[in-house]
Design a protein around this ligand. Structure first.
Ligand SMILES: CSC[C@@H](O)[C@@H](O)C(=O)COP(=O)(O)O
Length: 413
């Protein structure tokens, strides 16, 4: 095999240290206010705005420590996304939306006019989009915010101040939309899960990866809430252990019966008939249904197909990218070899051992039973069903926004 081009293809991403204790730009505040901390421990929202400041749960520290970071520059938000202080496709989208607001607010506080504020928001989009390449939710959220900034700027009588505060409201709205989306997907997904099912889950797709509830984990929470008596096999998800550190933590807090398993154990469990359904999230779904998700998803789906176990991706329509025809076109992030050489800072491989560390893989559409979205469950041919779901969702969002825009216009007249 040709040597993987680890260093070459990491592009402009900075070289990372091990994932615990990675330096992040100094938080914007030396001490996190007690009120923000208590809000975080009440809601467990990974991304929230409090007292004119963006706060993030530092997911690298869980489950042993619960830490918050505050951000007051676009660069800090980008760094927190890149270093995975905040992670999970919808959560990084939400962080990106607030990042745009931070860019606009800085231009405003520097005395910028309407044009300067819009330019700052657009510049923030470019900077934030570069933080992580695979999850399209980031670009989706920043594109939505940039389009809102432009539309507002075109309204007679609009001021820089009003535009900036409306952008903040829209970032909150984007989070609220994620909650509604997760709840809808969870209900559609739960309908497909039999009573007493053994479910297999990869990575973390729960409240920490989204805003409340989650995608695939949302389906599991909903099954549990409906009293279906499900049990979950939780893949540990090397190298960054999102399953062991985050999903196990979430499920145990929620009282959902579960066992943590080594990633390599899932195939044997499926062969032994101990898995009834596989559920996972996604970072980008191509127009034909090819699905990029956390590394190891493809292997899990191969074993599912071989053993006749249904495998469902649980995906908000914001994760569907109709501009990419097939999985071939999905950019796959490659991360530092230290993530594989070390576990939470402890070296587990020879120092400087050559490593290839793609963060995601692509599961071909033919291996996926169904793709659960907030608009309903999409089945093959995915090229048709995904387009329908995506277009319906975008139309609903546009109609809502057009109505809001008309109200803003009327208020400005
Ligand atoms: C709702 S989360 C869907 C995906 O974002 C999730 O499965 C995943 O792969 C997260 O990867 P991560 O690298 O932890 O950001």
């Amino acid at each position: 095999m040709a040597a993987p081009a680890a260093a070459a293809s990491s592009g402009s991403l900075p070289k990372l240290a091990t994932f615990a204790g990675e330096p992040v730009a100094k938080p914007a505040m030396d001490a996190i206010p007690e009120r923000a901390r208590s809000l975080a421990t009440k809601t467990y929202r990974p991304v929230f705005w409090h007292d004119d400041m963006l706060f993030l749960i530092d997911q690298r520290a869980l489950p042993t420590d619960f830490e918050l970071t505050s951000c007051n520059t676009v660069a800090m938000v980008g760094e927190c996304i890149n270093l995975m202080v905040v992670r999970g496709a919808p959560a990084i989208g939400a962080a990106g939306a607030y990042g745009l607001v931070i860019g606009a607010r800085k231009a405003l506080s520097d005395g910028g006019d309407l044009a300067a504020v819009v330019a700052a928001a657009k510049a923030a989009k470019v900077e934030l989009d570069a933080a992580r390449p695979t999850a399209v939710n980031l670009e989706w959220a920043t594109a939505r915010m940039a389009a809102i900034a432009e539309a507002l700027a075109g309204i007679d009588g609009m001021t820089a101040d009003r535009l900036t505060s409306t952008l903040l409201t829209e970032a909150h709205e984007l989070c609220d939309l994620d909650v509604r989306t997760n709840m809808a997907m969870s209900r559609f997904g739960a309908d497909l899960v039999p009573e007493g099912a053994n479910m297999l889950h990869h990575c973390n797709t729960g409240a920490l990866a989204t805003i409340d509830f989650g995608t695939a984990l949302g389906v599991i929470y909903e099954c549990h809430a409906q009293g279906k008596g499900v049990h979950v096999w939780v893949d540990e998800t090397r190298p960054r252990l999102q399953g062991a550190r985050l999903t196990a933590w979430e499920l145990m807090r929620a009282g959902v019966p579960m066992h943590l398993i080594a990633d390599g154990a899932s195939g044997g469990l499926m062969r032994a008939g101990k898995v009834d359904v596989v559920v996972f999230g996604a970072d980008r779904v191509a127009a034909n249904g090819d699905t990029a998700n956390k590394i190891g998803t493809y292997t899990m789906c191969c074993a599912a197909r071989e053993n006749g176990v249904p495998a469902y991706a649980v995906v908000p329509t914001s994760t569907i990218d109709l501009t990419v025809p097939t999985g071939e076109g999905i950019p796959i992030e490659e991360r530092s070899g230290d993530e594989v050489r070390c576990i939470k800072g402890a070296q587990v491989a020879p120092e400087d051992c050559p490593v290839f560390n793609p963060a995601f893989d692509v599961t071909p559409a033919k291996m996926i039973t169904g793709i659960i979205t907030e608009m309903g469950v999409c089945y093959p041919p995915f090229a048709v069903s995904l387009r329908k779901a995506k277009e319906a969702a975008e139309e609903a969002i546009k109609a809502e926004w057009d109505a809001k825009l008309a109200a803003v216009r009327a208020g400005s007249a």
